[in-house]
Design a protein around this ligand. Structure first.
Ligand code: PHB
Ligand code: FE
Length: 327
């Protein structure tokens, strides 16, 4: 496996004001409406708002689990230490036409150029983590920046939100007001009465209240950890900005409202299923699919991940199943 070491940040365009970026043989350019991605055998174009929403997730999640498809053509696959960037490599039409490409990078190096890109291409007032109704627009020539928004770090509790020294609960005072769509969510908190000697070691929090105060959408945060078992609840509005290609099974528990999922084959992109999830519904997303969710109203979703580094390899070797249960 050869690793691409070429990276370049170009001069600002005289007209649009945006910088260009190169990683390996990929070239990136933005204009008033679009991101343009070129590689030796092809060209691709993505609406800039969709591109920035996807890029923001890829950066904030450190390339996430498995594959982050920005759309049906372009994306990244996390190899945990290295990362593949591809165009058409998981799209059977591009592959058959032999215009696909895939290059490997050191994760921290590609992350740096992606961070510089999301920072330069995001204008004052535009928040790629927000739902479209919660931000200004991405369009136009370079106009300031929004470092506060693009520099957000994902909540990753060490053990559980609310424990002493761990990720804090959200309140009005620490800058997390209740979202306009969750004003009916009760804000009471559980009462914890530890036995003498256990003070400071027990905690409980109101997860619905916590999620009602999320300032971002489609951003699972690690709220509790038990060995490799991660509870990653998230609040969702509009469209999951990526098609996530799983490298392991993940579970969804629908906590409120409704999310519609398009499920496609991971390798080819062929349509496989449509899943509508309503409160209380539980689904396991297999390890051989990609999926994208649609939330007509802001919804609460629990994503349950197994963070074990062994699973992707076991699945690739056929030693672990792609579904958690067979009937
Ligand atoms: C997923 O790919 O499973 C995923 C990603 C982000 C979300 C929810 C689900 O907000
Ligand atoms: Fe997923």
């Amino acid at each position: 496996m050869s690793v691409s070491e070429h990276f370049k940040i170009g001069e600002r365009d005289n007209y649009t004001g945006y910088k260009t970026f190169e990683a390996g043989s990929f070239q990136f350019r933005r204009d008033e409406y679009f991101a343009h991605i070129d590689w030796p055998k092809g060209k691709h174009i993505i609406a800039i708002d969709a591109f920035l929403r996807a890029l923001m997730r890829d950066v904030a999640w450190g390339f996430f689990y498995g594959t982050v498809n920005f759309d049906g053509v372009f994306g990244t696959t996390n190899r945990y230490g290295t990362v593949e960037m591809f165009a058409g490599a998981h799209n059977e039409v591009y592959k058959n036409a032999r215009v696909d490409t895939l290059e490997t990078f050191h994760s921290e190096e590609l992350l740096k150029i992606f961070q510089a890109m999301v920072s330069d291409w995001t204008n004052d007032g535009y928040d790629p983590f927000a739902a479209p109704a919660g931000t200004t627009v991405a369009w136009g020539r370079k106009n300031g920046d929004n470092e506060g928004a693009v520099g957000r770090v994902r909540v990753t509790a060490r053990r559980m939100v609310g424990l002493a020294g761990d990720a804090p609960e959200r309140t009005d005072e620490n800058g997390y007001p209740v979202n306009r769509m969750f004003e009916d969510v009760p804000q009471d908190a559980p009462v914890v009465e530890p036995e003498p000697g256990f003070e400071g070691e027990l905690a409980a929090f109101n997860l619905f209240a916590y999620l009602s105060r999320s300032d971002v959408t489609w951003n699972p945060s690690v709220c509790s950890v038990l060995h490799e078992s991660l509870f990653c609840p998230t609040s969702e509005e509009f469209i999951l900005p990526i098609e996530h290609g799983n490298d392991r099974v993940e579970w969804f528990v629908q906590l409120s409202d409704e999310i519609i999922w398009d499920v496609k084959d991971k390798a080819t992109g062929r349509a496989r299923a449509r899943v509508t999830m309503r409160p209380g519904d539980v689904a396991a997303m297999p390890a051989d699919i990609r999926h994208q969710g649609y939330a007509p109203k802001r919804a609460m979703l629990l994503v349950w991940e197994n963070a074990s580094h062994e699973i992707p390899e076991l699945i690739q070797k056929g030693e672990a199943p792609v579904v958690p249960v067979e009937f």
